[in-house]
Ligand binder design. Structure first.
Ligand code: SF4
Length: 415
């Protein structure tokens, strides 16, 4: 079912949560803000109910009651045989199922009244508006179905799979058989606006495609967002390898972050609608008892930062003046009253990247030196554990540059 982010999870243990299979909602929430994901999925905090979530849940529940009797499988199928995909014939009743009946419109509307959830509406007027909208949507949809009865393969179907090592799961609103014998994934949406672009870009449909492909032998032939307000199916072809690979990267990045328990806040445009601002380190205030002391500390830190910047500029300018004098007088030692400034050379290396990278890879040295850190090449050149021929190639190919810098020493007795 869509919009399933509202209720917090019932599990609290960090280990069980971070290893649990990932749903589309969970991946989306983590990628948007890991800290909010933790509030929801680890700490088990609940968000306040919202009218549009209650509305979506009610409509989905009634649609399930309407469609399930029409499905080839009247109930969820038994779990898949381990290690192999199902075919449509694996469902109770088999592929050729006697058609079920569409429930009468009055029964449907009665089910709707019974399933209504009043939670989260901002006023009685808003609730009434939604209540009427739902009755209109369901009645129109019922009339549409009564003229062309669908034969879903499955309704509100829970599927789980391992996608290249990542456990994922989801509830699919409806799975249809296409004329060509393949499968069409249908997700109902009660949202106001919806376009074909939304269907094409939908990570949710992409994840469902992966789940269906790993649970059924029949190919997925279409992905559909069904816009209930307009009774309009927005169908697109299944995602190709590139789109699935980029979705896999997003799912993998959420899985890796969750596994490594990286739950940093990611502030952004989504923050104004986040209900956990008062708990979030990005927004929560400093306690009154600490405020004065910490304000002094921040002011001191700011002053030191400014001073640091000013000193750095002054230091660079003094060093440049000393270099100029050293070049002009051809000296490397310049005495002061308490210290002597001594000019010292430091060798740095420059290598063409297209040359250095293959050499490091060829000799298994990539872990010892990043190609964009030429200073490390100087260390490799002196490192006796590096084969001499490699050191010779490094020395021969790199451009050696000398950088001069100043050190301060105690004066010698005759200074
Ligand atoms: S307020 Fe923003 S940064 Fe903080 S948890 Fe919520 S979404 Fe994340």
């Amino acid at each position: 079912m869509a919009n399933d982010i509202s209720p917090g999870p019932s599990f609290r243990s960090v280990a069980s949560t971070t290893e649990a299979p990932l749903s589309y909602s969970s991946v989306r929430a983590y990628l948007e803000c890991p800290q909010r994901w933790k509030f929801l999925y680890v700490d088990g905090l609940k968000e306040a109910p919202k009218g549009y979530f209650s509305f979506g849940r009610t409509v989905h529940e009634v649609l399930e009651a309407l469609l399930r009797p029409l499905a080839e499988s009247p109930g969820p199928p038994a779990g898949p045989p381990r290690g192999r995909q199902r075919t449509l014939d694996a469902f109770p009743g088999g592929a050729a199922k006697l058609p079920g009946q569409l429930m009468p419109l009055e029964t449907l509307l009665e089910a709707y009244r019974g399933a209504w959830v009043s939670e989260g509406y901002t006023s009685a007027e808003e609730e009434e508006r939604y209540r009427r909208l739902g009755a209109e949507i369901l009645s129109s949809y019922w009339r549409l179905l009564s003229s062309a009865l669908p034969r879903p393969v499955a309704v509100e179907q829970h599927l789980e799979a391992t996608w290249d090592g990542i456990r994922v799961h989801g509830y699919i609103d409806r799975l249809d058989r296409t004329d060509a014998g393949g499968l069409e994934i249908v997700d109902y949406k009660t949202s106001r606006e919806l376009s074909e672009e939304d269907a094409r870009e939908s990570d949710q449909l992409g994840l469902y495609q992966v789940l269906v492909e790993r649970n059924f032998r029949e190919p997925v032939e279409a992905l559909t967002l069904y816009h209930l307000r307009q009774l309009r199916p927005l169908s697109v072809p299944p995602k190709g390898p590139d789109a699935l690979s980029s979705l896999f990267d997003r799912v993998g990045s959420a899985r890796d972050g969750i596994r490594s328990r990286s739950f940093e806040p990611a502030p952004g445009r989504h923050c104004p609608r986040c209900e956990f601002q008062s708990l979030c380190p990005e927004f929560r205030g400093v306690p009154e008892s600490e405020r004065a002391h910490l304000a002094d500390l921040v002011d001191r830190f700011a002053r030191l930062r400014e001073e640091e910047g000013r000193l750095e500029t002054e230091l660079r300018s003094a060093a440049a003046e000393l270099h100029e004098a050293a070049d002009r007088l051809k000296v490397h030692r310049i005495p002061g009253t308490g210290r002597v400034a001594r000019r010292k050379p430091e060798a740095t290396w420059e290598f063409p990247d297209e040359w250095l990278r293959p050499l490091l890879e060829e000799h298994g040295l990539t872990g010892r030196m990043a190609p964009d850190d030429p200073a490390a090449a100087g260390r490799l050149l002196k490192d006796r554990s590096v084969p001499p021929e490699v050191r010779a190639r490094l020395a021969g190919a790199g451009g050696r540059r000398i950088r001069w810098y100043w050190e301060l020493e105690r004066p010698a007795p005759d200074d």
